[in-house]
Design a protein around this ligand. Structure first.
Ligand code: ATP
Length: 551
């Protein structure tokens, strides 16, 4: 038996959606901060098929039992009901989502010649993610499961495929692969999926989908807060109406039936609710997004299972309903011509760093796309030649402070996020000139990034690595050996301060994952900018701590 085909046979999609466990109605399921469950349950108890559990345990030696959030999330997804999930960063949401989707039963049909039920080659689940690195992270995870399976080998492309834009693979090639070998799970960015579906709807047969999941949903569906500067809000609303974005566009098309039937809002069960199961997840779900999902768009209804984790259990939800990881220390460094110092608001607190995870032995991806894109040396040389003639756009005091803090404190791997409109390659170029082993983070092309994603790092290293990225491209990314996140500059807070808080949460959430400790260090050129970061930290209920090495 293959781990990704069904053991029980289902013909109709609505049967797939029949609840197998209790119905949770509209109740929020609150959990506590620990990632581990108090009463241990196994993945099998949650409904994951044994061959898949065996493959998970073999492929991920660190994974033994479900986390708290997974213990609620997996049955909720397998029940077929729509699911809204919110919990801290790094508690296993994405991993649990992947497991539940892999466990789903493939659609079956009756073979007219022999009258036997056979799995129909069709896409079971569509997993939408905000950027391509997260898509490849899911693919690498699934690759590990497939490789670790002791069952009959299943080609990876039958289990999962990725569709993203700008990966230098021709659209026709992608379409023909999807038509010939539809994967069990199709992972992609909304823009790429929409483009494929518009070009050829037979490549993604929506009527055959069992579920659509959106990880980091708030980054894919833009919504406008109800409070704030009225002119700015009106402008933002107008912009969304004119350019709804691919995720909104796609969902509103697929779920047009739901949107036209007001009676669905009150429905409590899956029977009669049109369209595939909808699963949305993030660490940050603002009220206006929930309002859009439940009321404005009619995408979700009363029967949606709402799973939310830690923060809400031990303190009342904050006004903005934000989850924050308390295993992380936050520091603010002010870098100027006078030197590097901690912000005046910093308090003394010594944070013991835990060692990063030991290396996990798995082989690197050897897929064709990677080989095609590796070795773009001429592009890099050309870029460097150009940079050598143009002055750097970055504040040199800030860059030097990042380089110094990195050299003094990072044992193995750190991440630097730069402002969204800045050039990652230029930052890498400048940091290398300061002697930093800097790399643009790119799971598809850069072998250093892939290695850290897959191997998990190897403890303290001689030559630590600093990955550079913009905030948008690190959402959901999981690098087990990451110990520090450096943030260059402070976002302007005036109009979009809620989104600045969310961005901070997601950026900071790359460390302190799964119970590990981590440090987040914002590096700014002035006390005024330091105050902006401090406002964010106050909103999150945390205080900046003094970063050792600097006054
Ligand atoms: N049951 C488990 N046991 C041990 N480790 C786990 C388990 N589930 C997930 N992990 C590990 O925890 C880390 C974080 O997982 P994941 O990326 O799913 O978190 P997340 O909650 O989705 O974070 P984010 O909000 O940042 O996307 C990963 O390295 C993953 O391998």
């Amino acid at each position: 038996m293959k781990i990704f085909s069904s053991s029980s046979c289902l013909r109709l999609r609505h049967l797939l959606r029949k609840p197998t466990r209790r119905s949770e109605g509209t109740r929020w399921i609150s959990l506590t901060t620990d990632t581990q469950t108090t009463t241990p349950v196994s993945f099998t108890d949650l409904g994951i098929r044994r061959p898949l559990v065996k493959a998970i345990l073999a492929g991920f030696p660190n994974v033994q039992e479900p986390t708290r959030i997974q213990a609620e999330l997996i049955p909720a997804i397998l029940s077929g009901k729509d699911v809204l999930l919110q919990d801290d960063t790094g508690v296993g949401k994405s991993f649990g989502l992947m497991l539940a989707l892999l466990n789903k039963t493939r659609l079956h049909y009756t073979d007219p010649e022999h009258g036997q039920l056979k799995p129909k080659p069709s896409i079971t689940s569509l997993l939408l993610v905000p950027h391509r690195d997260l898509a490849f992270q899911f693919l690498y995870w699934i690759r590990r499961v497939v490789d670790a399976s002791s069952e009959r080998p299943t080609p990876l492309q039958e289990v999962a495929q990725v569709v993203v834009r700008n990966n230098k693979i021709h659209l026709d090639e992608t379409l023909s692969l999807l038509r010939e070998t539809p994967p069990h799970v199709l992972i992609g960015t909304p823009a790429a999926v929409l483009e494929i579906w518009r070009k050829d709807p037979s490549a993604i047969r929506l009527e055959e989908l069992s579920s659509i999941a959106l990880d980091d949903v708030d980054y894919m569906i833009e919504t406008v807060p109800s409070e704030g500067d009225s002119v700015a809000l009106r402008k933002a609303r107008k912009k969304i109406t004119m350019h709804p974005g691919p995720a909104r566009d796609f969902l509103e098309t697929i779920y047009a039936d739901r949107r036209q039937r007001p009676d669905i809002a009150e429905m409590d069960d899956v029977e009669g609710v049109p369209g595939p199961q909808l699963i949305v997840a993030s660490a940050t779900l603002r009220r206006h997004l929930k309002n859009y999902l439940f009321h404005e768009s009619g995408l979700l209804n009363k029967g949606t299972v709402k799973v939310r984790g830690s923060v809400m259990a031990h303190r009342a939800p904050t006004k903005e309903d934000v989850a924050v990881n308390h295993k992380i220390s936050h520091s603010i460094l002010v870098a100027s011509y006078e030197g590097i110092k901690n912000t005046s608001a910093a308090v003394e607190e010594k944070v013991e760093m835990v060692d990063p995870d030991p290396a996990i032995e798995v082989s690197l991806m050897d897929n064709a796309e990677v080989t095609k894109l590796d070795g773009d040396d001429s592009e890099q040389t050309e870029r460097e030649r150009k940079f050598s003639t143009i002055p750097s756009p970055f504040n040199q005091d800030v860059l030097e402070a990042v380089a110094a803090a990195f050299a003094l404190d990072v044992p193995s791997v750190a991440l630097l996020t730069i402002p969204s409109d800045a050039s990652v390659h230029r930052a890498v170029y400048d940091l290398r000139a300061l002697g930093v082993n800097a790399h643009a983070m790119n799971f598809l092309v850069d072998s250093e990034s892939k290695s850290h994603l897959i191997h998990g790092g190897a403890g303290k290293t001689q030559n630590p690595t600093l990955f550079v990225a913009t905030p948008a491209t690190i959402r959901g990314v999981d690098m087990p050996s990451l110990s520090h996140v450096f943030i260059m500059g402070a976002e302007p807070l005036q109009e979009r301060w809620l989104s600045a808080i969310d961005t901070y949460i997601h950026v900071a959430g790359r460390v302190g994952r799964f119970g590990r400790k981590g440090k987040v260090v914002s590096v700014v050129p002035s006390e005024e900018e330091a105050e902006r970061i401090d406002i964010i930290l106050k909103r999150l209920g945390v205080c900046p701590v003094r970063f050792t090495h600097f006054r």
